[in-house]
Design a protein around this ligand. Structure first.
Ligand SMILES: [Zn+2]
Length: 391
């Protein structure tokens, strides 16, 4: 456990002694200002002294207990009996707020409930409950936010029972904005209707999914749709690999060759280039296919262009669609249809630099969160955790 400096919650506490090693026992007394909660009077009489035993933030690895002497008062003005409110300790709680926060931070940073149970001597259910309390507290700070100007929409699998989750990311600030269950328009409708500031959204980045396109057109009236480069290139690759399989099934089944064929030519080492060239020399038809893939991907990877600069690129894309459509390979024909269907969104891609690569990174992070909690079953808990940690 990382060592944290212990602070006895404020100036109002007087420490009498620190004894023991595990647990370490701090004997202290509250001597801070006291006022009657009823009339705010300060003419008080000490009625009694009681001992409160509290869990407190650890010094190093050992558990710490705070044995706090608290007075019980009688207000002379209104006659009320009460115990003083102390900073950092809530009434009826058996742990200080500092300790709860420490448990939250440790659990967030990856220390398991079981480890915390042993170190801090509290139950695993308590760890979970405190953790959840803190997340809810943080989430309240995020709720009611308005939609960001540049939005990325993407899906990922959640669970067998609940299916897919749609992630809405703020691509300008690199944060997860919201999470919603489902990926169809029907499933997302109530969520979308409740979103604040939908008209503010200027750019939405999506994968080549018809249902997301319909959603953006309907619910984000002022947004321009941009195809996500990552997904476009992946789609192109998939269709080229299918055609390769048709040309040379043995070559496609070779794992080493597959990895060489997929990668960008500029990312190959000299020895890998040599190997790939030897294969392509023996299969001239595959070479033509490979060179076509490299050329098309290079076109799709172009960024930061002005509207005028996009004109020749659009002509090149139209040319490609025509070539693929009449190539005689079924997979290439399907690809031509897809590119044709998404040509305006792809043209936008050349002008914008934002892409869902950022969103993809978040999905990796969410997978980590999911694995740490041994798979969330409950979407509400999952959403809470992702929003607080990636938001
Ligand atoms: Zn009073």
């Amino acid at each position: 456990m990382p060592e944290r400096k212990i602070e006895l919650i404020g100036p109002g506490f007087k420490i009498h002694s620190v004894t023991g090693s595990n647990p370490k026992i701090i004997e202290a007394e509250y001597v801070g200002p006291v006022a009657c909660p009823g009339c705010e009077g300060t003419e008080l009489r000490t009625k009694d002294r009681i001992l409160r035993r509290l869990h407190h933030a650890s010094l190093g690895r050992s558990a710490t207990r705070l044995h706090l002497t608290v007075r019980k008062y009688h207000c002379r003005r209104c006659g009320r009996y009460f115990r003083p409110r102390m900073p950092g300790i809530l009434p009826y709680r058996r742990s200080t707020e500092q300790f709860r926060r420490q448990v939250y931070l440790d659990h967030r940073d990856g220390i398991s409930r079981e480890q915390l149970r042993r170190n801090c001597r509290i139950g695993t259910a308590t760890v979970e409950r405190w953790f959840h309390d803190h997340l809810e507290l943080k989430e309240r700070m995020f709720s009611g936010r308005e939609c960001p100007e540049v939005l990325g929409i993407d899906e990922h699998f959640f669970s067998k029972k609940n299916g897919y989750v749609t992630t809405f990311c703020d691509l300008k600030k690199h944060r997860v904005f919201e999470l919603a269950l489902g990926r169809s328009e029907k499933a997302l409708e109530p969520f979308l209707k409740g979103l604040k500031g939908r008209e503010r959204v200027k750019v939405v980045c999506i994968d080549l999914s018809g249902s997301y396109r319909a959603i953006v057109r309907k619910y984000f009236p002022n947004a321009r749709i941009v195809a996500d480069r990552f997904h476009v290139v992946r789609t192109v690759l998939r269709h080229f690999l299918a055609t390769w399989k048709q040309l040379d099934p043995d070559g496609r089944a070779n794992r080493g060759l597959l990895s060489l064929m997929r990668r960008h030519a500029s990312k190959l080492r000299p020895d890998q280039k040599l190997r790939l060239n030897r294969y392509l020399d023996a299969h001239p038809a595959v070479r033509i296919l490979y060179e076509a893939k490299e050329s098309l991907c290079a076109l799709l990877n172009i960024k930061h262009r002005t509207k005028k600069q996009c004109q020749p690129l659009i002509r090149r894309l139209v040319n490609w669609i025509w070539k693929l459509r009449y190539s005689g390979f079924p997979a290439m024909e399907t690809l031509a249809e897809t590119l044709d269907n998404w040509s305006s969104e792809i043209a936008c891609m050349w002008r914008f630099t934002k892409n869902n690569g950022i969103t993809e990174g978040f999905h990796t992070k969410m997978e980590v969160i999911q694995r740490r909690a041994y798979g969330f079953k409950n979407f509400t808990n999952y959403r809470l955790r992702v929003i607080v940690m990636c938001g």
